[in-house]
Design a protein around this ligand. Structure first.
Ligand SMILES: NC(=O)c1ccc[n+]([C@@H]2O[C@H](COP(=O)([O-])OP(=O)(O)OC[C@H]3O[C@@H](n4cnc5c(N)ncnc54)[C@H](OP(=O)(O)O)[C@@H]3O)[C@@H](O)[C@H]2O)c1
Length: 314
């Protein structure tokens, strides 16, 4: 990629897409193409083909997707499967047809089997059953991975697939019906503080372990891989994470201290926990000389400041 290359960031308003835009702009890339879902519904094949034919992007970051937490996935499995398969299929096919030099497909660590050994190595893909609560979403993502791989093999494209761990940061989704665990907890604890609530209820036991990566670190890794490594060097997939894990209980404690909430936390063990442990093995990424830089505490502090500022809370 050079600074005047035409780069299409699909999903530029989202958590990941907006961080990729910030990173590209900060590095001096000047020719970035964006479309909202209102302007271009990526589920519509003819519209996507027309867009690629006219814009002819040279590089594509595929960060558009239908994304959500356990509740949203459980309520809308058909939508999660359909939207994601359509969005990624249309973009990957059009990228092949209109000569895109390199594409980066955003997957997720939910593609790994529920009971895979930890930490999760790239080679564990398709070695066991998936976590049932997000199986349709994971199947869509696995389809995207296999499509990139198959197109590289059949058509000689250079499409890479990255599997980021749980992300958080500015522009995250704080809607309690559809959000992931970290922004949901941040909001719940913040509102409990504002309302002087005596306690906050948290789904599950608090025992599962999770890994969290600041989205600016993740964007840095994506741009780094696009600039420096090809599909042949990366292989089918590559994890992006910190390699460090924290229990949900300890995460809640960290959030409580950042927000400065004085009430109690009540865990509801009748609600689902999801996968017991999810930590990425990041040896492959480390060998390509990339490491995350933003600590979880600093990242949560920054995200909380952003949330208060953007949501116009006191
Ligand atoms: N968040 C995480 O923790 C996480 C972790 C690992 C991997 N990822 C991956 O990163 C990618 C992006 O996730 P995110 O968290 O950034 O999601 P997000 O904040 O919900 O953003 C998704 C973006 O996709 C766009 N989009 C959705 N449906 C569309 C459609 N039909 N047509 C056009 N655009 C559409 C939306 O555009 P508009 O805003 O214009 O509607 C939105 O900007 C996903 O592939 C996800 O699997 C995320």
């Amino acid at each position: 990629m050079n600074k005047s290359s035409k780069i299409y960031v699909a999903g530029h308003n989202g958590l990941v897409g907006s961080a990729i835009i910030r990173k590209l702009e900060s590095k001096g890339y000047q020719n970035i193409v964006k479309r909202t879902s209102q302007e271009l519904d990526l589920r519509k094949q003819a519209a996507v083909e027309y867009f690629f034919e006219n814009e002819k992007p040279e590089y594509v970051f595929l960060a558009a997707a239908k994304v959500g937490g356990i509740l949203a996935n459980a309520k809308n499995p058909g939508e999660f499967l359909y939207d994601n398969v359509m969005i990624q299929t249309n973009i990957i096919e059009a990228s092949k047809n209109f000569g895109v030099k390199k594409l980066l497909f955003l997957g997720s660590t939910c593609i790994y089997p529920k009971m895979a050994p930890q930490p999760l190595k790239e080679e564990y893909l398709l070695t066991g059953e998936l976590e049932p609560t997000n199986e349709p979403y994971a199947i869509a993502k696995i389809t995207g991975i296999k499509m990139c791989k198959s197109y590289n093999e059949q058509y000689g494209t250079n499409f890479i697939s990255v599997m980021p761990t749980n992300l958080y940061g500015p522009n995250d989704n704080f809607d309690l019906k559809t959000s992931h665990v970290l922004p949901a907890l941040l909001r719940k604890v913040h509102e409990a503080k504002l309302n002087n609530s005596p306690y906050v209820e948290v789904w599950g036991t608090g025992h599962p372990f999770r890994e969290f990566l600041h989205v600016d670190d993740m964007a840095d890794a994506c741009v780094y891989l696009m600039e420096n490594y090809s599909y042949k060097e990366i292989g089918e997939i590559i994890n992006i994470g910190t390699g460090e894990e924290i229990s949900i209980k300890d995460l809640v404690d960290l959030i409580v201290s950042v927000v400065n909430y004085r009430g109690d936390i009540k865990f509801d063990p009748l609600k689902p926990d999801g996968t017991p442990r999810k930590l990425t093995d990041i040896q492959k990424l480390n060998k390509l000389n990339w490491k995350s830089r933003i600590s979880l505490k600093k990242g949560i502090e920054e995200t909380y400041e952003w949330y208060i500022r953007e949501k116009k809370y006191e």
